[in-house]
Design a protein around this ligand. Structure first.
Ligand SMILES: [Zn+2]
Length: 533
């Protein structure tokens, strides 16, 4: 394949002429069914020298920076902006990011740049741009001096991968695990592919297929089918075809309503197009075969109580029962202040249980009291119209904290987003009738047990732990759990996705349309290639 790189430059690297790589990124998983919008000031940004200081960090950015040091790349740092999943992005947030990115491009390109490397999510939606990453990548490709550069990057398994993402880049590499404990490793994998391209002069192409399927986040765990089977097949395809640089299984993010929303597969190759297409079709057929299995729904709490009451006690594993509440999945954009599970604990008088709520107002009130005080509170229930509203109860204040904790698991899903530490903001631990409630000032995805232990709670000793997540909590909680359930409560991330008012998604699509309406033989797959020669 023809190379657009100067072959002399590619060879020069071995003699000490270092590749100069421009690094940056934008990371937001957008839930378009939430009220309001996400402004620029919701983003945590690192720029210039501060970005290179993230070397050694547990995130994908830390991964590429470690790789860059090892392979003596000369890093030209730009900006990395990330925010927790939340409502639709304001256009201003996208434009502000772009202004910073463009500024760094202009100030960094007085010396030649050999490549661009990006850390992305892939499910960003703004008011005017249904495919934020596609829009940004189009602009990046059109930057002065960037039209012929290799653009490589890493992205989240929940990306709604678009044609523009495939067309405007050489190679994007997705995470392979959900929970995303391989985020950093994936960043390194993408960096090593870029290194391969720089050293060989080979520019791969990308192909995309979007089968007519959406799965709720609960159906995208990599340890269960359909993802398990698809990921296995992807690894087999990579082993069988050395020309495949990467085969990506994208679970998609159901709550970002756009034409690209849903399951997709993308493939990076320097081989024949027909072989790439055949592989993508094979994956699509597997996805169709397993599509109902991916539509994982929640169960009523009463069913859990019934099951536990009738289980064989001699066979019961020790440890807490984990009750995940996907409807209030913080990692999916929900506020994390839903009262559904707390109400069930109170209603059924569940002793020795715990749940965490985002409630800065109550924390501020509690900071005016000392531990041991009984305080009348109105807890949670303000962040979503789906909720019944605040729970009014008297609680004993157990402990206060500044909420900054070091992650116990530096490879966790949370580490992929925030690095080594997480700041829950000021926190209060309170108790009411056997229910322990951790109140945080910042929304906190329940993906690391350090969240509890930092406040003196040993999660292993609890009977029920309520967690506001769909899948991402499992790496932290599975090792201590005696059982796991997905509990039905009201909230914006509940798994019955056919109940959401989709307007932009491609149709017909499962499960919004009956399976019979989607004939396997007449699927029109959406193939895309990038513009590389
Ligand atoms: Zn994800």
């Amino acid at each position: 394949m023809e190379s657009r790189l100067n072959p002399q430059k590619a060879c020069d690297n071995t003699s000490g002429n270092r590749f100069r790589v421009f690094i940056g990124g934008f990371f937001h998983e957008t839930h378009t069914f939430l009220d309001g919008s996400t402004p620029w000031n919701a983003f945590r940004t690192v720029e210039g020298k501060a970005l290179t200081d993230l070397k050694g960090d547990a995130s994908p950015l830390g991964g590429v920076l470690d790789f860059a040091e090892k392979y003596a790349w000369n890093v030209a740092p730009s900006i990395f902006a990330s925010a927790l999943p939340s409502a639709i992005l304001s256009d201003d947030a996208v434009e502000k990011f772009w202004n910073h990115f463009e500024y760094h491009w202009k100030t960094n390109t007085s010396e030649p740049v050999d490549a661009i490397y990006l850390v992305l999510h892939g499910a960003g939606v703004s008011v005017s741009f249904p495919d934020v990453e596609g829009e940004l990548l189009r602009r990046i490709r059109n930057l002065k001096g960037a039209s012929n550069l290799p653009i490589f990057g890493v992205y989240d398994l929940h990306a709604n991968f678009s044609q523009a993402m495939a067309c405007c880049t050489d190679a994007l590499v997705g995470y392979r695990e959900n929970p995303h404990f391989d985020a950093k490793e994936s960043g390194v994998r993408a960096a090593s592919l870029l290194n391969r391209s720089l050293n060989s002069g080979i520019r791969p192409r990308q192909y995309l297929i979007q089968p007519p399927i959406i799965w709720p986040p609960t159906g995208t765990a990599s340890a269960s089918n359909p993802m398990k089977r698809l990921l296995q097949t992807a690894r087999q395809l990579e082993a069988k075809h050395p020309e495949f640089w990467a085969v990506n299984i994208n679970g998609g993010f159901a709550f970002a309503d756009s034409a690209d929303t849903g399951v997709s597969f993308s493939l990076v190759t320097d081989g024949q197009e027909s072989i790439a297409r055949e592989a993508l079709e094979e994956l699509s057929h597997i996805a169709m075969e397993y599509c109902e299995e991916g539509n994982v729904l929640e169960v009523p709490f009463e069913k859990v109580l019934f099951d536990l009451a009738h289980s064989d006690k001699s066979n019961v594993k020790r440890g807490p029962v984990i009750l995940a509440e996907p409807s209030d999945n913080v990692g999916g954009g929900a506020p994390g202040d839903g009262t559904g599970l707390l109400r069930l604990f109170l209603q059924h008088r569940i002793d020795n249980s715990a749940v965490c709520l985002w409630d800065p107002d109550s924390v501020a009130r509690l900071f005016q009291h000392t531990p041991g005080s009984i305080v009348a509170l109105e807890l949670g229930g303000r962040g979503s119209n789906f909720d019944k509203g605040p729970v009014k109860i008297d609680c004993e204040l157990i402990r206060l904290s500044n909420g900054d904790f070091e992650l116990e698991d530096k490879q966790s899903h949370l580490a992929s987003v925030c690095g080594n530490r997480f700041d829950m903001g000021q926190c209060a631990l309170i108790r009411h009738a056997g229910v322990t409630i951790l109140l945080t000032s910042n929304r906190t995805p329940p993906m690391d047990l350090g969240q509890w232990r930092h406040l003196g709670v040993n999660p292993e000793e609890l009977f029920f732990i309520g967690v506001k997540a769909a899948v991402a909590h499992r790496r932290a909680y599975d090792p201590i759990a005696s059982a796991n359930y997905l509990i039905e409560t009201p909230g914006p991330c509940q798994s019955k996705i056919s109940e959401f008012p989709y307007r932009h998604i491609r149709r017909p699509i499962y499960p919004l349309d009956p399976l019979e309406a989607i004939k396997l033989g007449s699927l029109s797959y959406n193939h895309t290639t990038n513009s590389n020669p």
